[in-house]
Design a protein around this ligand. Sequence first.
Ligand SMILES: NC(=O)c1ccc[n+]([C@@H]2O[C@H](COP(=O)([O-])OP(=O)(O)OC[C@H]3O[C@@H](n4cnc5c(N)ncnc54)[C@H](OP(=O)(O)O)[C@@H]3O)[C@@H](O)[C@H]2O)c1
Length: 261
Amino acid sequence: MNSVSATHPLDLSQGVQLVIGASGGVGLALVEHQLQQSGELEMIAAARRATSSSELADLKQRYPDRLSVVDVDITEEDSVESLSEFVGDKRLRLLINASGLLHDKSHSIWPEKRLEDITRHGFDSVMSVNAWGNALLLSMMTEKMDKTVPAIWAALSARVGSITDNRVGGWYSYRASKAALNQILKTASIECRRRYPHLIIAALHPGTTDSALSKPFQANVPTGKLFTPSFVAAQLMNVLSGLGPEQSGGFFAWDGQAIEY
Ligand SMILES: NC(=O)c1ccc[n+]([C@@H]2O[C@H](COP(=O)([O-])OP(=O)(O)OC[C@H]3O[C@@H](n4cnc5c(N)ncnc54)[C@H](OP(=O)(O)O)[C@@H]3O)[C@@H](O)[C@H]2O)c1
């Protein structure tokens, strides 16, 4: 199996960077990791309710000049348009979409165990955030990427989105949404080879990470296999900085191993 080579690491310690889903477990850790790593980068942290996040407000106090916080709903065109206006003339060295939806009990969304559990509402909701939201971002935000240097566009996928790797079944909507996301990223990477030759597009699997998303399913995780968000953020940044243009469109796990679609 292919894995990431770190022979020519990309410089992801500079420029303007955007993390979406920045109020979540993985997203927040990515924002903090990047701000800690380098005093030379400017970070934009976005999520649906980013400006209500106390964790992002704390980070803003620590990095008042280098962090800005903005709300975006990636499923809504008007909202992504506002994000695009917020970025303005700046060009992004790194964009990571770490948003995602697996469950939301208050809106009757829960991963299906069997065929009879599938609902139109659950399927549409999960597809909307995990697949459509990424397609909309790519459609409206790719032009914001820096064309003059190697730049990274990454989205948090999940190993369960791999059709080849599906051994235990279940979780129809989430699996389908992540498989769709992977296809969207792969397809965009082919188009961008010509239009944005320095842009590297990647799907990432973070491993099982301690967050609100994984909380209800942590009981069966073997000891040592539940990662902290800060560990995952460092691993994912290490993976991304080892990618080259020939790996654009690939799907990579937290340890750099390529995952089959
Ligand atoms: N945790 C794991 O074990 C695990 C494993 C494999 C893959 N993943 C993937 O990794 C990513 C991050 O997961 P996580 O554990 O950090 O999840 P999380 O803690 O639940 O965070 C999810 C983030 O997504 C944002 N979000 C949801 N809907 C949105 C929308 N419509 N527009 C903008 N932002 C939206 C949330 O913002 P608000 O709170 O403001 O809505 C939040 O910031 C997800 O794509 C997930 O599928 C996670």
